[in-house]
Design a binder for this molecule. Structure first.
Ligand code: PMT
Length: 401
């Protein structure tokens, strides 16, 4: 059931908009409150009055209407929702969301929001198959946007194929499934580190490493999807901030440590960042290219994982680290677990041949006090989901003890 859940339903302009009216009914029958945003094109297919009558709330459509902005600014529209459902999600609105365009109320609400987004695409088969649509969806999936459908069957214009919007009951089931998952870690606080750190050599140069942040960001997104209040402390990356996650951007290992310590107490900490083991004794001025090449003096950085694992009365209930190894993977990871005091270590082979750094997949071996569990090659998103589910199971078992 959806009692107390607040859904913001964005209706875009496609013939499937007529099914959105039934979706409003299905969601309300299950106890949700539904507020609607309609694009101009959607209003060609169904009237705002119909959506307003069924939702029992006024319908928002105009970004530039003073009344809309005064009564309910676009930020408040998403702030006051637990989930944003876009149904139908047209190729056009999907493209706008992927590109970050904000030229009407619907697209502005979507990009100004940090709430979870569920898309129910609906379009002609060829629009669906178009590489642009598929690459836009891949971008959105990486950012944590979820999708239900489309389905195969008769379409408008007497055609048939993949592109039909999922049935309203199926979408309502997906909304319920979202909230069931969302309850698994609700009330828990999670801290995740991600990306590389940059260690300054002089005011213009630094040393760093090949971490892209993909794995750490995917973990933070997955934990947040299960409802945990999640803070992601990220070194410099090109990854977008995951939805529903508070992100603190840092550069150096020492900055990362101080931000992490400020988040304590947390229930679970996952250290996925590739933190530089050493920093450079920084030169106050730019090093000049003259004479012999300079010698860089390295100083050991603090170990964030070990610090969190030994945080006495503020130690997270569950401390998870990674081991990035290029040889003797399991033995080295076991030794790291013991040396750093982590509960779980996710061992991954980062040799050049494994292609883990920067890629979209990983090959994880989870090491805990009972032994080793090998997950095989998975997408980094799936690694995040699997770890988040494992963390939920851990707290479930603890609660039952
Ligand atoms: O970012 P991607 O391109 O997606 O790649 C993912 C990844 C390979 C970076 C990730 O899966 C991974 O292995 N992260 C840990 C990288 C690392 O620094 O491993 P390590 O074996 O050197 O360190 C062991 C653990 O100690 C890690 O949890 C690390 O975060 C932590 N550590 C290390 C040094 C330090 N000063 N402080 C730390 O907290």
């Amino acid at each position: 059931m959806l009692h107390g859940r607040r859904i913001l339903l964005v209706i875009a302009g496609g013939i499937a908009a007529y099914k959105s009216l039934e979706l409003i009914r299905r969601l309300r029958e299950r106890g949700a409150t539904v507020r609607c945003v309609m694009t101009a094109a959607a209003q060609r297919f169904i009237t705002p009055l119909a959506a307003q009558t069924l939702s029992g709330d006024r319908v928002y459509s105009d970004l530039f209407s003073l009344t809309d902005e005064n009564e309910m600014g676009h930020l408040r529209l998403s702030q006051e929702a637990d989930l944003i459902v876009v149904a139908p999600a047209t190729a056009d609105l999907i493209a706008k969301l992927a590109a970050g365009l904000a030229d009407d109320l619907a697209s502005t609400v979507l990009i100004a929001s940090n709430k979870p987004i569920l898309l129910a695409p609906a379009m002609n088969t060829r629009m669906w198959a178009n590489p642009a649509t598929q690459s836009n969806l891949a971008v959105l999936e990486k950012r944590g946007v979820t999708r239900i459908g489309p389905e195969s069957g008769p379409l408008a214009e007497a055609e048939s194929g993949l592109g039909r919007m999922a049935e309203p009951t199926t979408i309502a089931d997906a909304v319920e499934a979202h909230f069931v998952a969302y309850a698994l870690l609700r009330g828990r606080k999670a801290l995740v580190t991600s990306g590389p750190t940059e260690e300054a050599i002089d005011p213009v140069r630094y040393i760093a490493n090949r971490s892209s942040g993909k794995q750490g960001h995917a973990i933070a997104a997955a934990i947040a999807r299960l409802g945990a209040d999640t803070v992601l402390v990220s070194g410099p990356t090109r990854e977008a901030d995951p939805p529903g996650v508070r992100v603190v951007h840092v550069r150096s290992a020492r900055e990362m440590l101080s931000v992490c310590e400020a988040q304590l107490p947390v229930d679970v900490a996952v250290c996925a960042a590739a933190v530089a083991d050493w920093r450079v004794d920084v030169a106050p001025q730019k090093l000049k290219k003259k004479g012999a090449p300079p010698t860089l003096t390295l100083v050991e950085n603090p170990d964030i994982l070990a610090t969190l694992a030994h945080a006495a009365n503020r130690r997270p209930r569950l401390v998870v680290g990674f081991a990035a190894e290029t040889e003797n993977l399991i033995a080295a990871a076991r030794a790291k677990r013991a040396a750093k005091g982590a509960d779980w270590i996710l061992a991954n082979d980062v040799s050049a041949a494994s292609g883990v750094f920067g890629s979209d997949s990983n090959d994880i071996h989870l090491i805990d006090e009972r032994g080793t569990e090998s997950w095989g090659r998975l997408s980094k998103r799936d690694v995040g989901d699997r770890l988040a589910a494992r963390i939920a199971q851990f707290f479930d078992r603890k609660a039952a003890e």
